[in-house]
Structures are given as C-alpha cells and as structure tokens.
Design a protein around this ligand. Structure first.
Ligand SMILES: [Zn+2]
Length: 538
C-alpha cells in the first residue's frame, strides 16, 4: 500500500459499507476499507500512515457548477458585495481609479446588489460619472445578468448612439430615450471590448490559483464553465490551456468543462475538433453543452409564467426562442453530447423540458443525462418531469440565503413553497447535485451543506420552508456521489468504495453529529486527489 489513513470516522456514501475507520490506497485507488486492526497490518515499511485522529473523512467534494476563471478575475476587481449605498460603491471604486488609469485598463467592479442599499435603486451611467469621466468603468450586478457602464465606457463601446425602440440591444434608457448605461443579459457581450483576454501563461496561473483555493475547501472535482468568460467564444484557447496543464501533470483538480456556446454554428465548429463529448485529457474532460435560457430573479430577467407579482406586466426573458433552443439541443444531442441548461423561472423550465423531451423522442439515446442548472421556480407538475425524463437538477443551496427575501414577493407564496424543493426531488428519486455557481456565491461546501439542512439564514434569523430541506447525509451525497453521477463518473468516484479513485476530504468535526447550524463552522483540514495530499491545514 502507498498510504493508509486510520483512526478516523470514515463515512463512505457507499450503502454497502457506510462507515469504517481506515482506508488503504495504492496507485491513487482505494484498495481496502475496514477497521484499524484489519487495515494497519497491510502497511509495508514504505507505506505512509496518516492518523486521522478521530476526524471525519468523506469522499472529496464535487462542485457541479461554477466559473473557475471568473473567480480569479473577480478577485482582481473591486468587490462591491458589501456596499450598502451608492455612496459606498463610489468610494470603493474611487480608490482604484488611479490604478486603472495608469494601466490603461477599464475599472471593473463586481457583485453590487442595489436591493441591499439604503435606497434600493439601480445605478445609471451618470451615477458612475461621478467616480470618473475619463476612465471607463463597468460594474456588474451580483447575478451577472446586468452591468452598468459610465459615459466614457459607453462611448468606447460605441453604443451611446443607441435609442429606445430602435435598438435590438437589451439596454436601459433615460426618459429622453438616450442610453442610461444599463446593459442586460447577452447584450453584455459588447463588454468583450472592455476586457483583455489573458495569454496562455497568465491563464495557467489563474487556473492554478483557483484550484489551490478550492482545494482548501475540500473540493477535488469541479464542473466549470469557462468558454465565454470573455464574452467571445474562447473555447479553443481555454481548452488548450487546461489540456497543457493536465498533460504536464499540473492540474490539481479534476475539471469537467460545461461548454457554453450561444449558437449552433459555434457548437458545430467545436465538435469538429478533438473536443468530442466526454473526451478525457488527463484530469480535464469535455462535459455538457451549457445553454442559458433565462436570467435571474433579482434582475427580473428570470422568465416566470405568470409574471412578477411585485412588478406587474414584467415576465422576464427567454434567451433562446423555442426553435433556436431546439437547434442547439438537437446539434448536441445527436452528437452524443450531454446538455445542461440554466433555468430559474418556471416558464424557462417548461420550454426547456419540452425541448429536451422533443429531442429525446426524435433521437432516442440511452441515458443522455441532460440537466437543469439552478431549477428554482416550479410547480409540482414541472418537478415531476425531472423524474419522467431523468433530468439532473443542479442546485445551489446557498442561493436561498438571499433568495428567501425576494421569491415570495416575485412569484407568490403558492409557487414559492413548491420551489427550491430539494426534499421532493430526493423523495422522487431525481438526481440532484450541489454547486455554488462561484463567483456568484463562495464555493465553500460546508455552509452549502448547512443550508440544505437548516433552510435558514446564515445567522439563523429566518427560516424558509424548512419542510423542503434534506438530511446531512443527503446533502453530502449531493456534493459527492451525485456530482459524479452528473459527469457519468459514479462508478469511478463520488464514494469511498474499493476500486474507486482516492479523492478524499478530512474535516475537523463529525458534521453528522453536530447541531445543523454549526456545520457551516466545521473546517476542512486535508484534501486528497488520486491518493496525494494536495492541501493540508497548517
Ligand atoms: Zn453559472
């Protein structure tokens, strides 16, 4: 044996052998499970013995939807998530203006949320002009679905001449019909002109830094969406960088790429290369086509069947009309590719489900495992369709921390109480996997597990439909075995089972016996990929 971990509380997620105290690993694979008295005698002089000292060991965590490169970029921009007023936004940005001017770059701010401000009103370009009229500025809303640009930036983007009613862009306008600096949804693609796409070496450094941070949270695999990070299709460059890192043996985590494309043509061009669905390049693997079908609740762009109760006349938006969505889906599906679609509102979900059903009926395939990312608002009837079509749900438990403030107002309590209903999914036998959507939210897994169980605010001040919550063990499964299922890898990882990859995490406390609200404070102390310790808390 190469390594023996012993004296632990090992919770395996394998029903055939749910708990043990020791695990033996050789060549990155789990060879034996059992009690210390059975496993320790297998040690040879060269075997590394790691004393778990009574701590908890789980299968390595899998975050099934995040944006790895975007996470690093966000670290470099002005973080506006804590701002509580427009004035604070101005102060935070003003502090970085000189630096941006010096570099000749745009000043970028991220994660503002005007709902949390003293005056909850969307800012416009004139508000940002007070920070600078000379340096181009763009700030993005926390949900990613809206940006605001100052006048200098609007001029540089060449869109100051757009007029209300005459443009196909999703822009906001002042009463006089001139653009107010707000840019919505895919029209934010125009911001590609505001970013410099890093070169391969810089991209490699970004990936390594992100992986190192994720390893500290016990993450051993991610499903990451990176191809349209720079608004334009960068699939070739980004794939090449990941593959090089993997070939050099330097990719610390397993990365399953959620391949985002806006058009059928881009997808066809991609599939004509070596990037075939499911192709593996060491730890880098080609995952599903990722499609956006609506926006977000906070931006009122999530598409709701009955519209927004707190904003009469507003319904949100469907990004791809039905036939266009069908074109994308059928191209992926016929080529043997999995599909994962962003849907938050019930209307977007219904259109997507109809289109999944249509392609699956027209071109039957065994086990395509298509999925819905976010899957938030739905009736019981819509939820039932996940079971009928074996659609995977990708849920972000941490979203309820802020969404519980707005869902009932947006959609009405009748729909709200049927929504984010993880209990019903599991009772139906639907596969749901867990994720953070980082950098929309932090990728810390233990707080996510906590929200699954408590359905409460971080500080416990409010609980939201707690009957829709799940157990600790079910929540752990969402972030381990179900994440593996979502990438067709449940037979090789996701549980501590003999013959599977030795991807493991060690946590200071047994979260199964803690009070649920205390799970968020437990600490990851060690992360193991392929039997190698890639992170150890000092
Ligand atoms: Zn996302």
């Amino acid at each position: 044996m190469d390594t023996i971990f012993y004296n632990g509380i090992i919770r395996t997620q394998d029903n055939a052998y749910p708990t043990c105290s020791a695990v033996a690993v050789k060549n990155g694979v789990i060879m034996r499970l059992g009690g210390d008295e059975e496993i320790l005698p297998l040690a040879l002089p060269e075997t590394k013995r790691i004393d778990l000292a009574g701590r908890l060991m789980l299968p390595g965590f899998i975050d099934a939807h995040l944006h790895l490169l975007n996470y690093i970029e966000f670290l470099e921009q002005v973080n506006l998530s804590e701002a509580r007023s427009l004035r604070q936004v101005r102060e935070l940005c003003a502090a970085k203006v000189a630096q941006a001017a010096e570099k000749g770059r745009w000043l970028g701010g991220v994660s503002f949320n005007q709902d949390h401000w003293d005056v909850p009103k969307m800012p416009t370009r004139k508000d940002l002009d007070e920070i600078s009229r000379d340096v181009p500025i763009v700030i993005r809303r926390a949900c990613f679905n809206m940006s605001v640009v100052n006048t200098k930036g609007m001029e540089m983007l060449g869109i100051m001449g757009e007029r209300e009613g005459l443009t196909s862009m999703l822009l906001g306008f002042y009463d006089d019909g001139t653009p107010n600096g707000i840019i919505r949804q895919h029209s934010q693609d125009v911001l590609a002109k505001a970013v410099t796409i890093p070169g391969p070496e810089e991209l490699k450094e970004m990936i390594l830094k992100a992986c190192a941070d994720m390893a500290k949270q016990g993450i051993t695999s991610v499903h990451s969406e990176d191809y349209i990070n720079y608004a334009v299709d960068s699939s070739e460059l980004i794939s090449r960088v990941y593959k090089e890192l993997a070939a050099e043996g330097n990719l610390p985590l397993r990365v399953y790429q959620q391949c985002a494309f806006r058009t059928k043509e881009q997808l066809e061009a991609f599939l004509a290369t070596e990037n075939k669905p499911g192709a593996e390049f060491g730890r880098y693997k080609i995952g599903p086509l990722k499609v956006f079908e609506d926006g977000a609740l906070g931006a009122r762009t999530a598409c709701l069947k009955d519209g927004y109760q707190n904003d009469p006349g507003k319904k949100g938006i469907l990004i791809h009309p039905k036939e266009e969505l069908y074109g994308l889906f059928v191209t992926a599906h016929k080529n043997g590719m999995q599909i994962a679609t962003h849907c938050i509102g019930d209307e977007a979900l219904e259109v997507t489900m109809d289109t999944y059903e249509r392609v699956m009926n027209e071109y039957p395939r065994v086990d395509p495992r298509h999925g819905i990312i976010h899957c938030q608002l739905m009736t019981r009837e819509l939820q039932e369709r996940f079971r009928q079509l074996n659609i995977v749900g990708y849920v972000q438990p941490v979203f309820i921390e802020s969404d519980m403030n707005i869902v009932d107002d947006c959609a009405g309590s009748e729909l709200a109480k049927q929504s984010y209903n993880w209990r019903a999914f599991i009772d139906m036998g639907v596969h749901i996997c867990g994720s953070s959507d980082c950098p929309v939210e932090a990728f810390d897994i233990l707080p996510n597990i906590c929200y699954c169980v408590t359905r409460a605010k971080k500080d416990g001040s409010k609980t939201w439909y707690p009957e829709n919550g799940i157990t600790v063990d079910e929540a752990v499964r969402m972030f381990t075995l179900e994440g593996a299922y979502a990438s067709f890898e449940e037979s090789v990882k996701g549980s501590i089972t003999v013959g599977k990859l030795a991807d493991l995490v060690v946590i200071d406390k047994d979260i199964y016996t803690l009070k649920p609200e205390e799970i968020q404070h437990a600490q990851v102390e060690m992360t193991v990929v392929d039997g190698q310790v890639i992170y150890e808390k000092q």
